[in-house]
Ligand binder design. Structure first.
Ligand SMILES: [Zn+2]
Length: 357
């Protein structure tokens, strides 16, 4: 088994590029895949994106400069070109039907998903996916569809992005973040969102707003979600629209009846607008437990995606499908997107050698 491990050294970089050259030569992927497929050990890699942004639009520059930034339109185009050439891309209904029929996978499949429902998915990602004829799913938080309101999680990030350097230092000290960069503070806040209970998190959010003093005003264009008309158009063109709740809460932290309203409400609204059955769900911020899974199943969804990293094979829990989050990570030593590294990542994900994102 190939053992490429992540490290910053030059030796490691050379090794990675050599590995990548092997992958791109077409030798490694098909051989390994054929061996696994013969034994019925194929895997499904579910990729998830949030945003695909144009690099030449000043509106999005602050987002593109963060660690773990969204992919740019150019990079997404190259990724999809590669995926279309080297993988069989399937939708999740098909995949789950295989699992439910007890059929082992005879290839390494890829599925493509987006979370939240940003307008850039419609404007920039959809035309590229259509050009390569790739099936995909977008999980929408229905309360934000067609609304100009900045989603609550973006409002938190935006206040860190747009506050003054002095405010940033103060916030970093308050949150005990040792390296006071905007990326580090945002990462800490994301961690707190998940760790704190709801009242504690509310207090933290208000305290943050007080400390940055309304820095996040007028930022709506940067965070615009799709309209219902755009959602309908995607659905009519065969894109699967999945549920992602109404207001994007952490489902394990709210009362059950509220969680049920969030989960069922998204399904009902999407079905009313698209006229198609909604089969898939994605847990906001990847937050779920057995009770939340049961609610999702009882509301009539047939499968749900988590943000747990890993591949899926026969026997997978279809209400906790594993995924890999794709940001701008496949970068070389100069910070440029590297097709070799992306190819390497994708080829090795199924055999779980390459980890660390
Ligand atoms: Zn989300």
């Amino acid at each position: 088994m190939l053992t490429c491990r992540r490290s910053n050294g030059l030796k490691s970089l050379v090794k990675r590029v050599l590995c990548a050259a092997l992958v791109r030569s077409g030798l490694l992927g098909p051989l390994a895949r054929r061996a696994r497929a013969k034994e019925g050990r194929g895997r499904a890699i579910v990729l998830y994106y949030h945003r695909v942004l144009p690099s030449d639009d000043a509106t999005f520059q602050p987002l593109l400069q963060l660690d773990g930034a969204p992919v740019t339109v150019e990079v997404f185009e190259r990724q999809m070109h590669y995926v279309a050439q080297h993988h069989t891309v399937v939708n999740l209904d098909w995949l789950v039907a295989q699992f439910e029929a007890g059929k082992p996978l005879t290839d390494d499949y890829v599925a493509i998903t987006f979370d939240d429902g940003y307008e850039d998915n419609y404007l920039y990602a959809a035309p590229i996916l259509r050009r390569y004829n790739l099936p995909w799913t977008v999980y929408v938080a229905t309360g934000y569809i067609g609304s100009d309101a900045v989603p609550w999680w973006d409002a938190v990030n935006e206040s860190v992005l747009s506050c003054s350097e002095e405010q940033l230092q103060e916030v970093a000290a308050w949150l005990q973040v040792s390296s006071p960069t905007r990326s580090a503070v945002i990462k800490k806040l994301i961690r707190l969102e998940k760790e704190l209970d709801a009242p504690q998190w509310e207090r933290t959010r208000h305290e943050l707003a007080r400390r940055v003093n309304g820095a996040a005003n007028n930022a709506a264009p940067r965070y615009r979600m799709m309209t219902w008309q755009q959602v309908q158009e995607l659905s009519a063109n065969g894109v699967d629209i999945g549920g992602h709740t109404v207001t994007h809460p952490l489902l394990t932290k709210i009362p059950w009846d509220e969680a049920r309203r969030e989960v069922a409400g998204a399904k009902r609204q999407i079905e009313e607008h698209t006229g198609r059955e909604v089969t898939g769900f994605a847990y906001p911020l990847g937050d779920f437990n057995a009770d939340v899974q049961r609610i999702v199943a009882e509301c009539g969804y047939r499968h749900a995606c988590s943000t747990v990293q890993g591949t899926n094979a026969l026997g997978a829990d279809v209400y906790a499908l594993k995924r890999f989050g794709i940001t701008d990570w496949a970068r070389d030593a100069r910070g440029e997107f590297s097709m070799d590294l992306f190819a390497l990542e994708l080829s090795l994900l199924p055999i779980r050698v390459w980890r660390g994102h």
